[in-house]
Design a protein around this ligand. Structure first.
Ligand SMILES: Nc1nc2c(ncn2[C@@H]2O[C@H](COP(=O)(O)OP(=O)(O)OP(=O)(O)O)[C@@H](O)[C@H]2O)c(=O)[nH]1
Length: 450
């Protein structure tokens, strides 16, 4: 029988190890643990090991040569197969490095022909450091220089994505925030991921049953329930009012609106964090509640059939109003009329990544193929090119944010000769914009040297 798996994620020092130790000592079943600390010294494994000896019977396996979310997938598979072959246990806890993107690990459990039959993903549990999440994501303060300096991908954005994927959220270190901050945290977390069960904890004090054998993981939900995806989907089928802001319900997300990925001849078509192809699953979500409003937050979709001016876009995203908590969507960048970009802002930083080709940039014969049978939102002048951003925030002044975004649009007479080299040309590069500056990086630096 397939062994249930809990996948833990959370920022550095959020309290994952503390939680694992608690589960090992309190659970009434045999729990194996797979840890990956991405560092030379596998401190977590040592800590857990000394504790697990007390609990008896638990199995600890560690991976230490990189990050299992990408570079170590082979090693992850091997460890999982070995564990399955050599030991017997009732449940597996996987604790990847704090800066991992959980999505590729989920992919292993769900899709790998060797792993999927043996393991059954039970829940994605994200441990949130209440103090750090409040300060970085809600207040928008940058993390300490030491924390963020070496990382190409903004940590605050990863923290938000870990929340957006979660089935269970543990808001840990609640002793370090006051009642108002705690309420703001819960409200924000709910608005980012309405589906998750939330527990407020100190030193991971949650009953093991809340994270073991929960039956909460649902592949389709996990791909589609992040608030920004729901809003984008709702807006996508909708009417546009005078301000260009959309309010309506539909059943499409930009993931399935067909940007072409077939012509990457000039690129090293590597990895894109947003390009998990299984997002295109065509499932109807009309029964979901519209998320942020239900929790006192505001949201709207900004939509223009115009490109942004690259320089003004960067300037604007270096100082977004503090009321904006999350922004995500698709960008048409002037001077780069062939490729769609995705932009993702969370907390204090924005990441811009090139995606596939605009279908309108393909030869007409190919456009036909993409457009056939697809209810693409096609504009007679610009085709599928668009700038479409979901904005989530607290006390958002929609008109003011819209005006700010409008300022970034390219103006009459400006388009000639615009080609901002800071915007990546390859899908394995990304542009990171934060208060300290702008840099073009390779995500590989963060993710184990892919
Ligand atoms: N004040 C406070 N400290 C906590 C709490 N939970 C954990 N800690 C402490 O925070 C530190 C980090 O906890 P860990 O459990 O090691 O965190 P982690 O997520 O495993 O850390 P990494 O694996 O390094 O990312 C330790 O010193 C813990 O004792 C809590 O609720 N409140």
């Amino acid at each position: 029988m397939a062994v249930p798996v809990t996948l833990l994620s959370g920022g550095l020092g959020a309290g994952k190890t503390t939680l694992v130790n608690r589960v090992l000592t309190q659970a009434d079943r045999d729990v194996a643990v797979l840890v990956n600390d991405m560092g030379e010294v596998n401190v977590d494994a040592d800590l857990i090991e000394s504790r697990s000896e007390l609990s008896g019977g638990s199995e600890i396996t560690e991976l230490s040569n990189g990050c299992i979310c990408c570079g170590l997938q082979g090693e992850l598979d091997a460890a999982l197969l070995e564990l399955d072959g050599e030991s017997s246990f009732d449940h597996l806890l996987v604790e990847p490095s704090g800066v991992s993107d959980p999505a590729p690990i989920v992919e292993r459990f769900v899709r790998s022909p060797r792993i999927a039959p043996r393991y059954d993903l039970d829940a994605l549990v994200t441990v949130v450091d209440a103090r750090a999440f409040h300060d970085t994501v809600i207040e928008g303060k940058p993390l300490g220089a030491a924390d963020e300096a070496d990382e190409s991908r903004p940590i605050s954005e990863l923290l938000v994505e870990q929340v957006e994927l979660a089935d269970v959220l543990l808001v840990n270190k609640c002793d370090l925030v006051d009642a108002d901050e705690r309420a703001a945290l819960t409200e924000t977390l709910r608005s980012l991921q309405p589906r998750a069960t939330i527990h407020e904890t100190t030193h991971g004090d949650v009953a093991p049953d809340e994270i073991l054998d929960t039956g909460l993981f649902d592949e389709e939900e996990s791909q589609s329930s992040a608030a920004w995806k729901q809003i984008l989907r709702d807006a996508d089928g909708g009417d546009t009012d005078e301000s260009g802001t959309e309010h309506s319900h539909g059943d499409h997300s930009h993931e399935d609106h067909g940007h072409s990925h077939d012509d990457h001849s000039h690129e090293d078509h590597g990895h894109s964090h947003d390009d998990h192809s299984h997002e295109d699953h065509g499932h109807s979500h009309d029964d979901h509640e519209h998320p942020p409003e239900a929790f006192g937050l505001d949201s709207f979709t900004y939509h223009r059939r115009q490109p942004v001016h690259p320089g003004r876009f960067v300037d604007c995203f270096q100082s977004l109003p503090p009321s904006v908590i999350r922004m995500k969507g698709i960008l048409w960048v002037a001077g780069r009329d062939r490729h769609a970009f995705t932009a993702s802002f969370a907390g204090s930083a924005t990441r811009v990544v090139p995606e596939g080709r605009w279908i309108a940039s393909l030869p007409e014969s190919k456009q036909e193929i993409y457009r056939r049978g697809d209810d693409l939102d096609w504009d007679p002048d610009v085709g599928d090119r668009e700038t479409r951003l979901v904005v989530i925030g607290k006390g958002l002044d929609e008109a003011a944010v819209t005006a700010t975004l409008d300022e970034t649009l390219v103006r009459e007479g400006e388009r000639k000769g615009l080609d901002d080299d800071r915007f990546p040309r390859r899908t394995d590069q990304e542009l990171v914009i934060d208060a300290s500056g702008v840099r073009k990086t390779k995500p590989a630096a963060l993710e184990g040297g892919r």
